[in-house]
Design a protein around this ligand. Structure first.
Ligand code: AMP
Length: 279
């Protein structure tokens, strides 16, 4: 496992691997790694000759400056954890390496960027598309690994890959959860002990909702989830939407013939946590 900081260096190394006919798997992360990130790394190492993991807290995807400044950074522990999974290259660029000049590109993802996280975090997915397209250009991966925890992000990245005609296969991997069900997230580190204890109510409610879907209409179920979570004084639901898992259009009736996913964002104090469940 080798760490690389410069774009020119990682490009040279990858170009050599490509010349040797090796496949490249890529796992983009913002660090503060947990088992969710490690599961993506494991999948990449298993299915590619070479795995590149990037650790880069991308400023352009933070619409809230306080969220950027408090985002956890645990590089030493990250490298220690990664060393157990045998990735080949860890790319840890400075902001100036990725953005030598400001990135002024504007992407248009239509509805994918107008609902849920797109609506509530203006500019977020544009920033994600900026950094992921730059990283794809640098790493030139055959396969890139993303977590379903960030469900809407996967939809946006698939669309971006198609729009830019990139030759990258996007692999979407299952959500990894804590023992009590809470979706693993770097932001969980920012919760107080009490907030952390109460946060498992989010996934608990989503799991119950999956069972209740047979009895309640879509509208009733949405209301039930929001009320149930808001009963907990530590939690405040920002939105809960049940959508078509590809177009992200709102589902109005269970009879609609497409895969359905319920996506939620909850404020726990100042921390925003997201999760989702398939129906
Ligand atoms: P982040 O460091 O939060 O930008 O996440 C990097 C990648 O890890 C993204 O593709 C996330 O969707 C994925 N990821 C984050 N949390 C989890 C989780 N609990 N399970 C699976 N993948 C995750």
């Amino acid at each position: 496992m080798e760490t690389v900081k410069l774009v020119a260096d990682i490009k040279a190394k990858i170009s050599k691997f490509k010349d040797e006919g090796k496949t490249i798997g890529f796992v983009p992360t913002m660090g503060a790694l947990h088992k969710g990130h490690l599961s993506l790394t494991e999948a990449s190492v298993k299915n590619n000759d070479i795995t590149v993991v990037s650790i880069f807290v991308n400023p352009t995807q933070f619409n809230n400056p306080n969220d950027l400044s408090t985002y956890p950074r645990t590089l030493e522990a990250d490298l220690e954890q990664l060393s157990h999974y045998n990735p080949d290259l860890i790319f840890i660029p400075e902001v100036s390496e990725i953005y030598p000049e400001p990135d002024t590109r504007k992407f248009d993802f239509g509805l994918l960027d107008r609902v849920m996280e797109g609506k509530n975090r203006p500019g977020h997915f544009n920033g994600v598309a900026q950094v992921v397209s730059k990283l794809f250009d640098i790493v030139n991966p055959d396969n890139a690994y993303f977590g379903q925890k960030d469900f809407q992000q996967v939809a946006v990245i698939k669309q971006m890959t198609q729009d830019l005609k990139l030759n990258v296969n996007i692999v979407s991997c299952p959500i990894i959860r804590e023992k009590d069900g809470l979706a693993m997230s770097s932001r969980n580190l920012l919760l107080s002990e009490e907030q952390r204890k109460n946060a498992c109510k989010i996934s608990e409610t989503l799991f119950k909702a999956r069972n209740l879907a047979a009895e309640l209409s879509v509208h009733e179920l949405k209301d039930w989830v929001i009320k149930e979570i808001n009963k907990n004084s530590y939690l405040s639901v920002e939105y809960f939407e049940i959508v078509n898992d590809t177009s992200l259009e709102e589902i109005k009736d269970w009879k609609e013939l497409n895969n359905k996913v319920g996506c939620i964002t909850v404020q726990v104090g100042k921390i925003r946590l997201i999760d989702n469940i398939t129906f």
